[in-house]
Design a protein around this ligand. Structure first.
Ligand code: SF4
Length: 208
């Protein structure tokens, strides 16, 4: 089978980077986790802090066995699949193999592509720059909306109306706008107590 077909089937994936660290944000902040950052994203957020991930072709393509073997080196068994936009790929084979090897599997996605894979936790972070695919709404365990501008509160509520009732709802200040946006977020959450604040604690700790 050639490489292109293997990528299409999710047997090989472009890996921008993979590292063992502490999950800094969202409902699982503070937990040790192995981050797998897949290359490739067509969402185009203006404030994206991993723009180098956008071109998938720049990154080495690895077989899923090799990806999982590298994750197994570390003691933690929580893996966070992120990007780029990881749902650009069929994640069924990778997540099946990770499950077989005993991992708890999380994903962080904009939901801009059809859902695939089997996860223990789905963090859905919709972006204004490319509409989510409808398949994400029933899968999301956590809705995490980045607040860059005050119009983002309305955007957050629009998506909150579409997720499951049990889905956790978080507002996170965009890092470069933190100082301007934080007060508004604090007030919003105090007045809308079904929301929580998520901070990028890894940036405060200066870890990846
Ligand atoms: S979805 Fe994520 S990786 Fe893609 S442009 Fe937006 S912030 Fe960057």
């Amino acid at each position: 089978m050639d490489k292109k077909l293997k990528i299409k089937e999710g047997l090989m994936l472009p890996v921008m980077e993979a590292f063992y660290t502490i999950q800094g944000e969202g409902m699982h902040a503070g937990n040790p986790a192995y981050f797998l950052r897949l290359g490739g994203c067509d969402v185009g957020c203006v404030w994206c802090d991993v723009k180098e991930s956008w071109e998938a072709e720049k990154w080495p393509v690895l077989g899923i066995e090799e990806i999982v073997d590298q994750a197994l080196i570390y003691p933690g068994r929580m893996i966070v699949i992120t990007g780029g936009e990881p749902l650009m790929y069929n994640l069924d084979p990778l997540t099946a193999l990770l499950k077989e090897r005993g991992f708890t599997i999380h994903i962080e996605t904009s939901g801009a592509h059809p859902f695939s894979g089997n996860f223990d936790w789905v963090c859905f972070s919709p972006k204004k720059f490319k509409a989510p695919h409808p398949s994400i709404y029933t899968k999301a365990d956590e809705l995490k909306v980045v607040i860059f501008h005050k119009s983002d509160f309305e955007f957050a509520e629009k998506h909150a109306a579409l997720v499951n009732k049990a889905c956790k709802k978080l507002l996170q200040p965009e890092w470069s706008k933190s100082t301007q946006m934080l007060e508004g977020i604090i007030n919003y959450v105090k007045n809308h107590p079904d929301w929580k604040i998520s901070l990028q604690t890894h940036k405060f700790m200066d870890i990846p």
